[in-house]
Design a protein around this ligand. Structure first.
Ligand code: OGA
Ligand code: MN
Length: 685
């Protein structure tokens, strides 16, 4: 998904890095100038390290002014300066929103009598240490709470509207945070920390020290504890070098190096006890991480480091090698991460593999799916960015820990260009389910995005023009709570594992679902990977199922829910279709089971054995690591591949509103056609 990272010659890569550092340099005195390497490579590197807004800020500090609107229209908005300015403007909004969230949460925690301390970016923002708050990109806000107070802090966050983010892609061993929380419709996420560092690095700065020597500040009229300057600098370096094994894995922590240079230029380190910082790293035998970091700041930003921190002759030669040779650097990272990526504990968690043999199979499978690459960072960048346009915003595709699904950010689906679409389509085929948080698409935009995948399914193109409202709401807008109402029955039906339109002559290709109103509890959507389920079958089972066909009957589930409905006209008059039990994906050519709650019969078997087989297969398929639960936030949109993914809604209290918008994409009349069309012309959706 990325341009070839080795496309630049090693020397050029290092030159681009030096040029980026020169543009950023907070001590630079000369006026703005064109980079010697050209803007493209500088912006590309800046995007990889989330530094686009910082570059604009540095240029603005040297007198570069925003382009007049009229000129921007002529330049087509794609000049490097326009890209930088846009990134800065976008980040200004995000950073203001995150700051407001941080202030509100800290006030609420303080009112509840819970001691809390902002750390990392939120600390820098609230302490007023950043000359331009919009220059620093923040993914989330981090707040430290005493471990014993975590449950209470979670309750306070919940009362403020925060909800757990269900799709979590977490590093192994990140035992210092609780799962991220999000405020629906707002930027970023909130991480409550029980400790500042993961336990294996905690000795660098034990939390007791942090609390005991915190700085006292005032925030909105309340007393607020902040990390003292010595601790703040120690944490900055520890997070960059130790936390994600950055030093060992030869990552270049460019944003942290820049933070250090910036804070130094601002004189924020005047009160820092560098002897203490040195002692903290020395006590865990990590002095090299410290001196290497400082040597890199000196080298890239030309600053002179405090005497106590000198000693790294230059920044590590290995890190410099990885900067020059990113592909080889990635290979090194993958190899270094292999033992962790394939650990027994991980195989047990991801694949239910407990015995030795199972573990071996799971390891082979995981390695072939690029398991170590996922840990090492998607496509070789520091984070997981790939570029959306040449130098414009970044499209981030973050695979989940499940066998299917990825979270995609950085795309504006309402204004999708062809290049981004091609990246999204490739990710769709690879991950089979994509979640795009916070898109807030209009009906027209959702349908236009749907049309990228194919024709809207005709049979459901009612007056809605491609949008079906999924909600317990009557035509007059009133809420329906009566469990025997047909709307509630249909919604209850969607709580069983199913594939959209599997009972029709042509099953759906894909489905889109977006969230307008989400209930306080429940109402998640779960997905299951039928490709991985097929892969996990034994060779004998595969051979047996390859030749079977199953009849899907709409409403068959009613007979299971309610035995009185068995054989009722309502059930027998339902739409039905017969499909192969194993489906070959027309694009990826991967095989997948094709089963769902509608399977009522299998050719050549009596109904009872067929139903037992189908329900056994469903149970087998819909289990970790093949399932993913998405907890919706307002504005999210998900799209999944109906040819290989099952889904179901999780229940919620009918008295609470839940409004989703659904768009269904028609299957290919050849590859999604039923082997036998058994349907009667009953229009059922
Ligand atoms: C659907 C469906 C799931 C949900 O509309 O087809 O399955 O979570 N919805 O609402
Ligand atoms: Mn559905």
């Amino acid at each position: 998904m990325n341009r070839d990272p080795d496309r630049l010659a090693p020397r050029q890569r290092e030159a681009a890095l030096r040029e980026l550092a020169a543009q950023l340099n907070p001590r630079a005195t000369e006026g703005p100038r064109e980079p010697t390497t050209g803007w493209d490579d500088v912006c590309r590197l800046a995007a990889e390290h989330r530094l686009l807004p910082a570059v604009w800020s540095a240029l603005a500090a040297r007198g570069v002014r925003p382009l007049p609107r009229a000129l921007r229209a002529i330049s087509g908005d794609s000049s490097p300066l326009a890209v930088l300015e846009d990134a800065h403007a976008e980040n200004a909004l995000r950073s203001a929103d995150l700051r407001a969230q941080g202030e509100e949460l800290l006030a609420a925690l303080s009112d509840a009598g819970i001691a809390a301390m902002p750390i990392k970016g939120l600390h820098l923002l609230l302490a007023g240490w950043l000359p331009d708050p919009a220059a620093r990109t923040m993914v989330d806000i981090d707040v430290l709470v005493h471990p014993a107070a975590i449950p209470d802090a979670c309750r306070v966050a919940h009362a403020c509207g925060y909800r757990p983010l269900a799709v979590v892609c977490r590093e192994e061993g990140a035992d210092h945070e609780v799962a991220p929380l999000v405020l629906p419709g707002r930027s970023g996420s909130l991480e409550l920390h029980r400790s500042t560092l993961m336990s294996r690095h905690a000795a660098v700065l034990p939390d007791a020290d942090l609390w005991a020597h915190a700085s006292a500040a005032e925030l909105n009229g309340r007393a607020q504890a902040l990390p003292n300057p010595t601790h703040a600098f120690a944490l900055l370096i520890a997070h960059a070098q130790l936390q994600d094994d950055g030093y060992r894995l030869l990552h270049l922590p460019l944003r942290a190096l820049y933070d250090f240079a910036l804070l130094n230029a601002q004189g924020r380190d005047g009160a820092v006890d560098w002897g203490e910082v040195r002692e903290r790293f020395a006590r865990v035998g990590k002095l090299r991480c410290l001196s290497g970091f400082v040597a890199a700041v000196e080298d890239l930003f030309g600053m002179s480091a405090p005497l106590q921190l000198r000693g790294g002759r230059s920044w590590s030669r290995a890190t410099r090698w990885a900067v020059r040779h990113p592909t080889a650097g990635l290979a090194y990272r993958e190899a270094a991460l292999l033992p962790r990526a394939l650990s027994a504990a991980r195989m047990a968690r991801l694949y239910d593999a407990h015995g030795r043999g199972q573990r071996t199979v799971a390891r082979l499978r995981h390695a072939s799916r690029g398991g170590a690459r996922r840990l090492a960072g998607w496509n070789g960048a520091q984070g997981s960015e790939s570029q959306r346009t040449r130098t414009s915003r970044i499209l981030t595709v973050t695979p989940t820990e499940s066998t299917l699904g990825a979270v995609v950010t950085g795309a504006d689906l309402g204004r999708l260009d062809d290049r981004t679409w091609r990246q999204i389509e490739a990710a769709f085929h690879e991950f089979a389910l994509l979640v795009f948080p916070g898109q807030c698409l209009s009906n027209d935009e959702q349908v236009a995005f749907g049309r990228r995948f194919g024709e809207i399914e005709q049979s459901i193109e009612l007056p809605s023009k491609g949008i079906i409202e999924v909600a317990a709401r009557a035509g007059d807008g009133s809420w329906i709570t009566n469990p025997s109402d047909s709307v509630i029955r249909a919604l209850t039906g969607a709580q069983e594992w199913h594939t959209d339109s599997s009972c029709r002559p042509v099953s759906s290709k894909a489905s889109l679902l977006s969230a307008d109103v989400v209930p306080r509890r429940g109402g998640e959507t779960e997905f299951a990977d039928l490709r991985a389920a097929y892969d996990a079958l034994s060779p004998e089972e595969k051979a047996r199922f390859d030749s079977l066909t199953a009849t899907h009957i709409y409403g068959y589930w009613l007979t299971k829910l309610d035995s009185a409905a068995h054989g009722s006209p309502e059930v027998s008059a339902q739409v039905r279709a017969e499909h192969d039990l194993v489906k070959l994906h027309p694009v990826t050519k991967r095989r997948a089971l094709f089963i769902d709650r509608h399977v009522a019969a299998i050719r050549g078997m009596d109904d009872e054995s067929a139903q037992a087989l189908a329900s056994g297969l469903l149970t087998f398929a819909c289990r970790p690591p093949r399932v993913l639960c998405h907890r919706w936030r307002v504005g999210d949109i998900a799209v999944w591949d109906n040819r290989c993914v099952l889904h179901r809604a999780r229940g919620w209290d009918w008295r609470e509103a839940r409004v989703m918008r659904h768009t269904r994409i028609a299957g290919d009349p050849v590859t999604e056609a039923a082997v036998a069309e058994l349907s009667r012309p009953t229009p059922v959706t």
